[in-house]
Write a protein that binds this ligand. Sequence first.
Ligand code: PSU
Ligand code: MN
Length: 307
Amino acid sequence: MEVISVRDDIRAALAGGHPIVALESSVIAHGLPAPVNLSVAHSLEQVVREAGAIPATIGVVEGRIRVGLEPDEIERLGTSDDVLKCAAGDLGWAVARGADGATTVSATVFAAASAGIDVVATGGIGGVHRGDAGDVSADLPTLAQYPVAVVAAGAKSILDLPRTLEALETLSVPVVGLRTRQFPAFYARSSGLALDKYAEEPKDIARFCLIRWHQLAQQGGVLVACPCPEEQALEPAEVEEATTRALRDAAAQGVSGKPLTPWLLAAVTETLGPRTIAANHALLLNNARVGAGVASALRQLSTARDH
Ligand code: PSU
Ligand code: MN
């Protein structure tokens, strides 16, 4: 039995050159509270379909890495409290244990690339945490390793965003702003940090990806930075204030390592209320839609190139 199993319709879509968008499952299992997590998971898949692509939510069920979870499997990961948080380096362990696991961006990028999928949509990537703990998400080096376009509302606002951008530069991961010249800060539309790459349309991003991957044979990923939709976005100052408080509480309670990111997100939600969930939902949907646009443009341009 294959360790990485690709759902039949996705296998067919890959063979037929149809656009596919991979989605992570850590946001479902660990990032958002129940029961909104399952409705978000469902609406993400729906948005990808409406935008003309096929959604492949990725996760681990009983030790099998599934590229394209079935609805009942998504429900299982979203309701059980015995789901491992799997970064790329944890996947083999989940397989060996026959465990259930939800994939972070790094594990999702790895599994997507293994299956031949070149677009991943998420909320915000992990990055360099604030403070001196040396906590750096595996999302960063993994993004540098595989030819995948990751669509995100920047990096999560709980992070040290200047250091995160610097780390991406060091790793040669280009960050392209889609209709923005500033690095988005997850719930907030801007971090105040300038981006030097601007794209007006998903097809401009697709063209850049193809040049990078095929003409230059550079294997690393591309981060597509899309700000949270205006209507649901939060103000940078209020997010910053809630984050400062959350970080202080996390330090006081000794929270660190893997639980830190979900803990901080939950603490910020507690302070700012349901608006954070609305913002998170809105930016996830927006990124999924943009991901479908990039995936479609990649397929169109590849076909044009091959003929
Ligand atoms: N985006 C969200 N909520 C989340 C995450 C992203 O809106 O919970 C998850 C992603 O799966 C990301 C992970 O890869 O948080 C980063 O965790 P860490 O900092 O432990 O690497
Ligand atoms: Mn970490």
